[in-house]
Design a protein around this ligand. Structure first.
Ligand code: F6P
Length: 354
């Protein structure tokens, strides 16, 4: 009987447990395989921490956020931190341990970083199938990643709630959302929530354009504004805002936007940074279904020994693409695309132009 390992790497994301559940069920029920969970991403192959995954142990996890298997966005085996500020390559140990643990194949569920590691370990001899995950939705290989729509739902709810204060107090409310260097969450939540201004990394903003939009709306009788800003947005000629420049952790651009427009307008401004709230909690049905479909097809790829492949959504179908191709092509918002043009027709400003 073949023994298959499943791991989750990188940041947590709504729908991880749904993938695990679907893959375990399909591997056991359709392919009569044994399944083990590898704890904390590839780290679990260094420390040999595995747990049996059975139909019993995965019961009830479908609606749960986070990951049953734990995760980490540190511990890349190719650059493993030695504790003294340096790092070393421990990838061969991962390969040896996988063999020793009798693992015949691995389903790696993760973002960009995890997929790159999975590809390299696959080249070194660990049979690997990948499942893409990120709330950022920034992978060109798949129409959507699971977790994205849940993040958009949470961010949209935040926009709705901020409308209450904006309208009651005649204020400009700025909401900062995640997404790294892609503006998808900001664009979708801004459009769904009826924001007045959306600022995304793909379209650097000019403070004077934002101020102009605020004054225009005032002239039309609207005394408040909702601005949704993606964490990776920046001013024309400016830089991204980092919480920690060394590790390139983005955050704080909403405060920069507030400072940029404060002198130009006569409304009070308040800032909300949504943070990890948009990454936690129960996945919405769309993400549960997409994650379940990914898990099932990943298990089928393992059974057919189609290793080095990643599952992806293409026009309603789950297909497989080489992991190599997937990691090399990010997906950004097209400033000339239909979603942006729809937003513009509805009167939403992107802080560009003028
Ligand atoms: O990639 C997912 C994501 O949530 C990004 O949107 C965000 O920039 C980053 O991860 C935050 O990472 P961490 O959880 O390490 O702070």
């Amino acid at each position: 009987m073949k023994r298959i390992g499943i791991l989750t790497g990188g940041g947590d994301c709504p729908g991880l447990n749904a993938v695990i559940r679907a893959a375990v069920r399909t591997l056991i029920r359709d392919h009569e395989m044994e399944v083990v969970g590898i704890q904390s991403g590839f780290e679990g192959l260094l420390t040999k921490q595995i747990v049996p995954l059975t139909l019993d142990s995965i019961r009830g996890i479908l609606p749960k956020g986070g990951t049953l298997l734990r995760t980490t966005n540190r511990g890349n085996p190719f650059e493993y931190p030695t504790g003294d500020g340096g790092c070393e390559d421990r990838s061969q140990l991962v390969v040896d341990n996988a063999r020793e643990l009798g693992i015949d194949g691995v389903i790696a569920i993760g973002g960009d970083g995890t997929l790159k590691i999975a590809q390299r370990l696959c080249d070194m001899g660990i049979p690997m199938v990948a499942v893409p995950k990120t709330i950022d939705n920034d992978l060109a290989a798949t129409d959507y990643t699971f977790g994205f729509h849940t993040a958009v739902a949470v961010a949209t709810d935040a926009v709705d709630r901020l409308h209450s204060t904006a309208e009651s107090h005649d204020r400009v409310m700025i909401l900062e959302v995640m997404g790294r260097n892609a503006g998808w969450i900001a664009l979708y939540a801004g459009l769904a929530g009826g924001a007045d201004i959306i600022l995304i990394p793909e379209m650097p903003y000019r403070p004077e354009v934002i101020a102009h939009q605020v004054r225009d709306r005032q002239a039309e009788g609207a005394k408040f504004d909702i601005i949704v800003v993606a964490e990776g947005a920046k001013r024309v000629g400016g830089e991204e805002a980092y919480l920690d420049k060394a590790t390139r952790r983005l955050g704080g651009i909403a405060y920069q936007v507030a400072a940029d427009i404060q002198q130009e307008i006569d409304l009070e401004i308040r800032v909300t940074v949504l943070g990890h709230i948009q990454r936690g909690g129960s996945p919405i049905p769309f993400d549960r279904i997409l994650a379940s479909r990914f898990g099932k097809v990943a298990a089928d790829l393992v059974a057919r020994q189609q290793f080095g492949e990643m599952v992806a959504l293409r026009q309603e179908e789950i297909v497989s693409v080489p992991i190599k191709d997937a990691v090399s092509r990010p997906k950004y918002v097209d400033p000339h695309g239909q979603v942006v043009s729809t937003a513009r027709s509805l009167g939403i400003s992107f802080g560009d132009g003028l």
